[in-house]
Design a protein around this ligand. Structure first.
Ligand code: GLY
Length: 264
């Protein structure tokens, strides 16, 4: 989940599932074409879960012709004073960013990336003390360099992590539920990449999808249901899991954080 507001989680933008969601990109978790009717139902459950945790949620209309448009996390990185609008790493998603820039232009200074820089917000995690940037098939070195410089100008440091070819984004295989703690998927990330964390909650490779979570300061944490080992490990680490259905979002390689952009 990108940006400094990922730790506050008071206000979020989400976007409805599009009518052509069956055509969303899917390379890693998909086993069948996603069911858009069931996905819409799960999306409503997701919004309900955020609201139950006190998040003020704004729901944007779907962008028809953009089957991945519900994955708003990828479109922008939100800082206190400015928003970096991403150059999406997959050509089919390029048309999603302008409407986000327009929506946020009243509240923030809008910063575009240089043309050759490429970044999906799903490769960016704010830990509370620094920003992790994944280098992946969607985020290139120029994108990472641009964001690092932009963060440094705001006295925020960054750490680059190579995202393995086995997965889409950095956020697909890890999340930071509190500063100093990371939940990470075995078989995707390595211990030496996570040495800067005091605590690593490892998720077994067969439950890798559950490494992506949304946690709140009071210890509540939203997790996809169906991953019992991970849920138990996270509970033992002192969190209070809130389980929601995500199967049809997972079919399009979408995780919990992909569905929201925190702006306050
Ligand atoms: N389906 C999400 C993505 O590939 O960007």
């Amino acid at each position: 989940m990108p940006g400094v507001f990922d730790r506050k989680r008071r206000r979020a933008i989400v976007r409805k599932i599009s009518e052509d969601y069956e055509d969303a990109l899917s390379t890693y978790f998909g086993t069948k074409s996603p069911d858009s009717v069931a996905a819409k139902d799960q999306h409503r459950g997701y919004v309900d879960a955020l609201r139950s945790c006190g998040v003020e949620v704004e729901i944007l209309d779907a962008l028809e012709g953009h089957p991945d448009c519900c994955f708003v996390e990828d479109t922008a990185i939100v800082f206190e004073d400015a928003v970096v609008i991403c150059n999406p790493g997959h050509a089919s998603r390029a048309g999603e960013v302008n409407s986000i820039a327009e929506r946020l232009s009243n509240d923030f200074k809008i910063q575009r990336m240089p043309p050759d820089a490429m970044m999906d917000g799903g490769d960016v995690i704010y830990t509370g003390s620094k920003i992790l940037i994944g280098l992946s098939t969607r985020t290139n070195a120029m994108g990472a360099e641009f964001l690092s410089k932009f963060a440094a100008e705001r006295n925020i440091s960054t750490q680059i992590i190579e995202v393995p070819k086995t997965t889409l984004h950095l956020t697909t295989v890890c999340s930071v539920p509190r500063d100093g703690t990371i939940i990470a998927a075995e078989g995707h990330l390595r211990p030496d990449q996570l040495e800067s964390f005091d605590e690593v909650i490892w998720v077994p490779a067969e439950e890798a999808y559950a490494a992506n979570t949304i946690a709140f300061e009071d210890g509540r944490i939203i997790i996809s249901d169906g991953f019992p080992i991970t849920i138990e490990r996270i509970r033992k680490a002192g969190f209070e899991p809130i389980l929601i259905a995500m199967s049809e979002i997972m079919q399009a390689d979408g995780s919990l954080t992909c569905l929201s952009l925190f702006i306050g």
